[in-house]
Design a protein around this ligand. Structure first.
Ligand code: ADP
Length: 455
């Protein structure tokens, strides 16, 4: 087992990992930028090392600085958290070459799943259904137009290196295809240094259903159920729930087993998420994330399994301590992502938090690195807290979430809590009738469009 883990991340996820390590009796080192010197994870860790100035590329993406910190502090393993270097094949390989264990999958798996066109090919070969579209990368707009016409408009042009909804453009007609193609490619080049794109049919009313999986070094792999992440804005998740209100028991079993069997065949190590779009009773593979997800707590609440703990154990060479039949699903969980942003304009709102009061009580969990007097830096992601509830039924979970959000105090910055409260009161949400387009239609104020997205 590891004696010491270095955490190469920041904010609530760094704190989440520190907390888990403490409970496992493992020492922690948190690396941080100058902007995060007062971060809660830095305060809670046994050791900390400053690895550079505020911009991510000079600190949290600075591989030599992170590896030097690991050598200096004698860390056995490195946990990359979420984002930054979590899905960077080169980093994963270098961590191993420098004698530390990377807490995550093998570099080959990161590479394969990191290129979405390769990921789709791999999953197709393993028997997963795909969204109709180009067989791989589309080299130019002329080739793209041919494929788009075959699929039928609208189509989605997507970056092979994509993430966080960047490098994605919907082309609704032949006339706008070429300009959308160049925009998607340019955005992908700017965001990921790789302008390669592929094309998919743009599904009109899917839900985003993803399956949590975990595998060990001995070929064991199980799934831990699904999460419904269809409440999205700009292709980014806002509210997640587990289980999905849209699936029947048979569909739940089908997608879970499908995902677990792929993971087993791939000999995948660690935690991962297989994402699907679900439309008219059919699942289509979207992508696989080879890391922990922001929304992992809702799976933990329903299964009672600590995913970070299991992730550390399998990375250390332990066998999975449970089989598929041991995994029990209990009640319902919802997560609201609390962002430092205006609830209507979505303008980011960094700055000093004068007063922070987290909600509590039975079935309420708050993953956040906020504290009174903490200044949210303008440099990073706007996520400042995850409010998670668990209850026996979906109805009770919604009531509990409303109560928890009303109890939360975050003064000094704007947050999207008022938006969450509005969503929770909407009849479509209450009945679980929403697809991936619902939130944007709701925000547009167009009731007709919103009704169409309530499917
Ligand atoms: P990223 O890696 O950037 O998050 P994904 O491929 O996971 O990109 O897609 C993010 C979201 O974009 C999905 O959850 C879904 O809402 C939407 N999306 C992706 N592909 C399609 C598609 N073919 N049709 C409709 N919506 C899509």
């Amino acid at each position: 087992m590891f004696n010491k883990i270095l955490i190469a991340n920041r904010g609530e996820i760094a704190l989440r990992i520190v907390r888990c390590c403490k409970e496992m009796g493992i020492e922690t080192v948190v690396v941080h930028s100058t902007a995060d010197a007062n971060g809660m994870a830095v305060r809670m860790a046994d050791e900390s090392v400053c690895i550079g100035p505020a911009p991510g590329r000079l600190s949290y993406l600075n591989i030599p600085a992170i590896l030097s910190a690991a050598a200096l502090t004698n860390a056995d393993a490195i946990h990359p958290g979420i984002g930054f270097l979590a899905e960077n094949e080169e980093f994963c390989r270098m961590v191993g070459e420098h004698g530390h264990t990377f807490i995550g999958p093998a570099p080959e798996h990161i590479a394969k799943m990191g290129d979405k066109a390769v990921a789709k090919d791999t999953m197709k070969a393993l028997g997963l259904p795909l969204i109709p579209g180009s067989p791989g990368i589309v080299k130019n707009a002329d080739d793209g137009l041919k494929i788009a016409k075959e699929c039928g408009f609208p189509v989605l042009i997507k970056a092979v290196a994509g993430g966080g909804g960047k490098g994605m453009k919907v082309a609704r007609s032949e006339g706008e295809f070429k300009s959308c193609f160049s925009m998607a490619s340019a955005e992908a080049k700017a965001a990921f240094g790789n302008g390669d794109v592929y094309i998919e049919k743009y599904l009109s009313h899917p839900r985003h259903i993803e399956v949590q999986v975990i595998g060990d070094m001995y070929g064991n792999a199980v799934h831990l159920g699904e999460r419904d992440c269809s409440i999205q804005r700009n292709h980014q998740k806002v509210v997640e729930e587990c289980p999905s209100p849209a699936l029947t028991a048979a569909q739940r079993k089908e997608v879970g087993e499908l995902a677990a069997s792929c993971v087993r065949k791939m000999k995948y190590l660690g935690v991962g998420t297989m994402e699907f779009l679900f439309e008219d009773g059919k699942f289509y593979f979207l992508e696989m994330n080879t890391r922990l997800q922001v929304e992992h707590p809702i799976t933990e609440m329903v299964t009672g399994i600590d995913l970070v703990r299991e992730q550390i154990l399998v990375a250390a060479g332990k066998k999975l301590s449970f089989r598929q039949e041991d995994v029990k699903f209990n009640g319902h969980s919802i997560e609201c992502r609390i962002n430092a942003e205006h609830p209507e304009t979505f303008i980011p709102s960094p700055g000093k938090v004068h007063r922070f009061h987290a909600p509590g009580g039975l079935g309420v969990r708050v993953d956040s690195a906020l504290y009174d007097g903490y200044a949210v830096p303008p440099t990073y992601d706007s996520l400042v807290a995850k409010i998670v509830v668990h209850a026996a039924s979906r109805e009770e979970a919604m009531m509990r979430m409303e109560r928890a959000l009303e109890e939360t105090v975050i003064e000094g910055i704007n947050t999207n809590i008022p938006l969450h409260l509005r969503i929770l009161q909407e009849p479509d949400f209450r009945t679980g009738q929403y697809n991936i387009h619902w939130l944007e239609k709701f925000l547009s104020g167009n009731k007709e469009e919103q009704k169409k997205a309530a499917s």
